[in-house]
Design a protein around this ligand. Structure first.
Ligand SMILES: NC(=O)c1ccc[n+]([C@@H]2O[C@H](COP(=O)([O-])OP(=O)(O)OC[C@H]3O[C@@H](n4cnc5c(N)ncnc54)[C@H](O)[C@@H]3O)[C@@H](O)[C@H]2O)c1
Length: 252
């Protein structure tokens, strides 16, 4: 089950060393997909590609800035020219900013929406007609527990707003494209063991863990595993859904 052999998967923001994107790229490749590793960070891209290839997987790196329409269009064209199909898109690229609304400027809000929401929109739109023509596709978007309950530890209200927007956008799109064989789902991670977590002092992590029933942050591989499942043929009857991966810190 969950064999992704023969499929081409684009993962945005998959260059970060301890990030969810890299773990996702690795997991999709382990399931047999050819992974297009994309990021603004060229060195990070190369490292992710090397990790996958050294493990015997298939990967190709393309520099991508999701805020730049020309960059998105050229990445999609290069993938289509090389492979002729795009089966999976994981919209992972995203940023946060710890800031209270009192201190927030319109520019802060715009910057987060530009990457977390408009970036996702650009990439999604760029593959939509391709997936429609194929009558098959998987779009998986990174939301967050912060988009459901607010109060993200690493982000402000603007971050929560972008991640709530991702949920609404995904549900609406799922309704639009279900008859085309395309599913659109989200994963909503809680605290995850990435760079930011690693940079916190023990006092802070101990306080944060108190609110997590499982008693630890999530591992990036645990987020990636859910994404790999949603990308599989076996998940064809799941759409417009979000999978909460938060150790029980938020239960619907
Ligand atoms: N880490 C967490 O605890 C957590 C929790 C919930 C949701 N998320 C979401 O998961 C996703 C990944 O988070 P992460 O913690 O792994 O972050 P990360 O910072 O490790 O990775 C994000 C990647 O996005 C890339 N990126 C930034 N701007 C870009 C742009 N304009 N174009 C292309 N790429 C760009 C960065 O270079 C980086 O490699 C984000 O959408 C984040 O909001 C993370």
């Amino acid at each position: 089950m969950f064999d992704l052999g023969g499929k081409v998967a684009i993962v945005t923001g998959s260059g970060s060393e301890r990030g969810i994107g890299r773990a996702t790229a690795v997991a999709l490749a382990e399931q047999g997909a050819t992974v297009i590793v994309t990021d603004i960070n060229a060195e990070g891209i190369q490292n992710t590609v090397s990790i996958i290839q050294n493990a015997g997987g298939k990967a190709n790196g393309i520099t991508l800035d999701v805020t730049d329409q020309a960059s998105v269009d050229s990445m999609v064209k290069e993938v289509m020219d090389t492979y002729g199909h795009i089966d999976i898109l994981v919209n992972n690229a995203g940023i946060s900013q710890r800031l209270s609304v009192a201190d927030m400027k319109v520019e802060d809000m715009k910057r987060l929406f530009e990457i977390n929401v408009f970036g996702l929109f650009r990439c999604t739109k760029a593959v939509l007609d391709i997936m429609k023509a194929q009558k098959k596709g998987r779009i998986i978007n990174l939301s967050s527990v912060a988009g459901k309950r607010g109060g993200g530890v690493f982000g402000g209200a603007h971050y929560s707003a972008t991640k709530a927007a991702v949920l609404g956008f995904s549900k609406n799109l799922a309704r639009e494209v279900s008859r085309d064989g395309i599913t659109v789902n989200c994963v909503a991670p809680g605290l995850t063991n990435t760079d930011i977590w690693a940079s916190l002092t023990e006092d802070v992590t101990t306080a944060l863990i108190k609110d997590i029933p499982v008693g630890r942050p999530g591992e990036t591989r645990e987020i990636a595993a859910a994404i790999a499942f949603l990308a599989s043929d076996e998940a064809a009857y799941i759409t417009g859904e979000e999978i909460d991966i938060n150790g029980g810190s938020h239960m619907d």
